[in-house]
Design a protein around this ligand. Structure first.
Ligand SMILES: [Ca+2]
Length: 227
């Protein structure tokens, strides 16, 4: 009897030791989502390990990649909605909760951006804005936005957005502004919503799915991507 118990205990120990390694928490790794997609390592939407600034600099980190829309290879950096009061910094921004990516990751993504931005609303409508236009915002250019959680506060430098171009002044009046809005909450006097896009200045989005030149009447929620 003792021998049988010993045998069972031995078998349990052996089966424990030979159990498979834990499943990887990401699909593949690479410098960026587009690099991973182009390399043929994976083309599924999901979580990847990326290192936007390459060897050295910041450590590789997990990020959600959209590999299907607009050529794929898009990195999710923010998920926001109207009425959400805070822009919480998240270790991993995903589609199931609201937040923005941590600043050191955001800045590595921002300075290594090659193509521009993509936005997808809760209805699946897709907008895009190219990097040259993002760099040309005369009121708020992407080159100067180093803190996502403070990016959208009205009154800071007259800017109302993560990106802001305006034909005359930077006052968000006169209906001549284009904005990528990422604000802490709705601002009803200006109808500047928590997450919204505007293309009323001379700088227009490259892809624009809305019937009006502002999105807030058609969407409440946006996923924000860079490539
Ligand atoms: Ca690095």
């Amino acid at each position: 009897m003792i021998r049988i118990l010993f045998l069972i205990a031995t078998i349990s120990l052996v089966s424990c030791a030979s159990s498979p390694p834990p499943k990887l928490e990401y699909l593949a790794s690479g410098q960026s989502c587009i690099e991973i997609l182009n390399s043929g390592k994976s083309s599924k939407d999901g979580i990847y390990m990326i290192d936007p600034d390459g060897p050295g600099g910041i450590a590789p980190f997990k990020a959600y990649c959209d590999m299907t829309h607009e050529g794929g290879g898009w990195i999710l950096y923010a998920h926001h909605a109207d009425g959400v009061a805070t822009l919480d910094k998240k270790e991993l921004v995903n589609k199931s909760s609201f937040g923005v990516i941590e600043n050191k990751k955001w800045n590595a993504l921002r300075v290594n951006m090659k193509s521009g931005m993509m936005f997808i609303d809760e209805n699946g409508l897709v907008s895009t804005l190219s990097l040259p236009k993002l760099n040309s915002g005369n009121c708020s250019s992407i080159s100067s936005v180093s803190d996502l959680s403070a990016a959208g506060e009205l009154g800071k430098g007259g800017s109302g957005g993560l990106w802001h171009n305006e034909n005359n002044g930077c006052t968000i009046t006169g209906g001549d502004y284009s904005i990528v809005q990422l604000r802490g909450k709705s601002y009803k006097n200006y109808k500047i919503a928590g997450s919204a896009l505007y293309q009323q200045s001379a700088l227009k989005f490259d892809k624009w799915p809305y019937s009006r030149d502002w999105s807030y009447e058609d969407q409440n929620t946006l996923l924000y991507f860079v490539k």
